[in-house]
Design a protein around this ligand. Sequence first.
Ligand SMILES: NC(=O)C1=CN([C@@H]2O[C@H](COP(=O)(O)OP(=O)(O)OC[C@H]3O[C@@H](n4cnc5c(N)ncnc54)[C@H](O)[C@@H]3O)[C@@H](O)[C@H]2O)C=CC1
Ligand SMILES: CC(C)CC(=O)C(=O)O
Ligand SMILES: [Mg+2]
Length: 358
Amino acid sequence: MSKVLVLPGDGIGPEIVNEAVKVLNVAKEKFGLEVELDEALVGGAAVDAEGDPLPESTLAKARAADAILFGSIGGPKWDAIERDKRPERGLLRLRSSLGLFANLRPAILFPQLAEASSLKPEVVSGLDILIVRELTGGIYFGQPRGIKEENGERVGFNTYVYSESEMRRIAKVAFELAMKRDKRVLSVDKANVLEVTELWKEVVTEEAKNYPEIELSHMYVDNAAMQLVRAPKQFDVIVTGNLFGDILSDEAAMLTGSIGMLPSASLDENRKGLYEPCHGSAPDIAGQGIANPLATIMSLAMLMRYSLERGDVADAIEAAVESVLDKGLRTADIHTEGTRKVGTEEMGSAVAEALANA
Ligand SMILES: NC(=O)C1=CN([C@@H]2O[C@H](COP(=O)(O)OP(=O)(O)OC[C@H]3O[C@@H](n4cnc5c(N)ncnc54)[C@H](O)[C@@H]3O)[C@@H](O)[C@H]2O)C=CC1
Ligand SMILES: CC(C)CC(=O)C(=O)O
Ligand SMILES: [Mg+2]
């Protein structure tokens, strides 16, 4: 029996997770999966109920689970509270406590959505990039950090730090994944300015020696951001640190039509994982029933593939998503002329039904 913990979170989190759970229940039935579901509070919802964005009870359930399906956290309501109690800190603590250092963010353009991308169809058609983002180190975790008073004014500071072992293990993940793809890895850094990424470049280059078939290249992050919108199909696997990966993956999302289309897997050394869409809690549309649930549903597919080792179920879920797009159903964020605009629930139900009838 596999244990899956569901953490809906805040904003659109509960709305989109509901749809993924719908699909999960159909998958259980259809494939005879032995999956036990549990649910817990995280983020602002947990702050409101228990005064902590990652209560001990939630962390204990997360540790006991084989995989976690996560919605999104945060929102203006909690932006000004004590820093350690903010929803985002809860998610960072969860990633760090579970050792989820490898964040895989695949940006794939479904041919049906070529018109939905803000880039020209010929620039994005056939796009298939995998961003491998280091997730438990770098400037999101470095100490010291804070805001202090100095010489009569406030000074904000963070620390960008990576150990060699942290760099090496994420490079290894990227190379292993690239071996199953087009065997090309781009490492993104700012080695012309930041020592930490100068070392990053060195370590990634050293590690590449263990993968003679891999074609490794390097790019500064500013150029990479530009190249992603100029000619994104030049890339296969992109490996980078926590901050650059966060930014570049949101940028890559738009190549696929919408941030609502980008799933992710955050894995530990043993492939236990947390699965979440790359987007946030979208407070501007929360409660309206219009959020796109497909990134979360495709995150569920990644959960099947990586943590439950059911690539067949993952393939079936992804095929169900494609068939719904084939039928012309679109949430508002990917809606274009000639397609039918649907809400979150209708989209989720359509995928669940397509899976059931596959
Ligand atoms: N992993 C997580 O839970 C993350 C949480 N956040 C938090 O989310 C809150 C809002 O952050 P923002 O910067 O506004 O980023 P966001 O990703 O929540 O929203 C950015 C824009 O994309 C749209 N959008 C996002 N997901 C969508 C979906 N599924 N369907 C349709 N449209 C969608 C939103 O409506 C908004 O216009 C903040 O509190 C932030 O800290 C942000 C990123 C990741
Ligand atoms: C802690 C999160 C809000 C960071 C983020 O934006 C992400 O992981 O995509
Ligand atoms: Mg982000």
